[in-house]
Ligand binder design. Structure first.
Ligand SMILES: CC(C)(COP(=O)(O)OP(=O)(O)OC[C@H]1O[C@@H](n2cnc3c(N)ncnc32)[C@H](O)[C@@H]1OP(=O)(O)O)[C@@H](O)C(=O)NCCC(=O)NCCS
Length: 161
């Protein structure tokens, strides 16, 4: 029996429609299914919107927005190692947030493992704030983390928190 326990930061942000300033030589696009970027980046499946960042025409970063029952969640983020540390991740998140705000979306979520310091810094740089820490616990094929999270939250509600 395999037991895996993990903790993730859950962040939230109310998006504003202003597009972020884009540095010279950098471009952003919502790449379609036939975009050549998918030769070097993985196209996020089932995304509502996608941000591909190019540097000097070279595909460097991808992030996407997904519809979830609980709201809009950003994810699928990856910066090719040679382009890391240049702020492309927060740029893509801000760009997606601005497009979502223009579509009338009022709240956007994103999560990352508490072990992923680079992701946490990028998410905070994109204007998100910590909403909560979520525990994930898998025992064999069963995900008990969501169940535990729901129990804790309904317990808090019952206590008026
Ligand atoms: C997380 C990730 C998307 C960040 O992308 P990025 O475009 O480098 O983001 P940023 O430029 O904002 O950098 C984020 C932080 O990582 C640091 N960093 C990580 N790798 C770095 C590198 N190779 N060179 C320089 N800085 C690096 C930066 O210093 C920065 O911290 P700071 O703002 O305190 O200086 C990228 O590291 C990645 O693709 N990781 C693997 C996939 C992953 O973890 N995705 C996110 C899942 S939620």
């Amino acid at each position: 029996m395999i037991i895996r326990i993990g903790f993730s930061w859950f962040f939230v942000r109310e998006p504003a429609p202003e597009m972020p300033a884009v540095p010279p030589g950098v471009t952003l696009s919502s790449a379609g299914p036939d975009d050549p970027a998918w030769r070097v980046l993985t196209r996020p499946a089932g995304a509502r919107d996608t941000a591909v960042v190019r540097v000097g025409g070279e595909p460097a970063h991808v992030s996407a927005a997904f519809e979830n029952p609980g709201g809009i969640v950003l994810g699928g983020s990856f910066t090719r190692p040679v382009f890391r540390g240049r702020g492309l991740y927060p740029l893509a998140l801000r760009w997606l947030c601005a497009r979502l705000a223009r579509d009338g979306v009022r709240r956007v979520y994103i999560s990352t493992s508490v072990m992923n310091a680079a992701s946490r810094r990028g998410i905070l740089a994109a204007g998100f704030r910590v909403d909560r820490v979520v525990m994930s616990m898998r025992v064999g094929p069963w995900d008990l983390g969501r169940w535990l999270d729901a129990v804790v939250r309904s317990g808090k509600r019952a206590l008026g928190h």
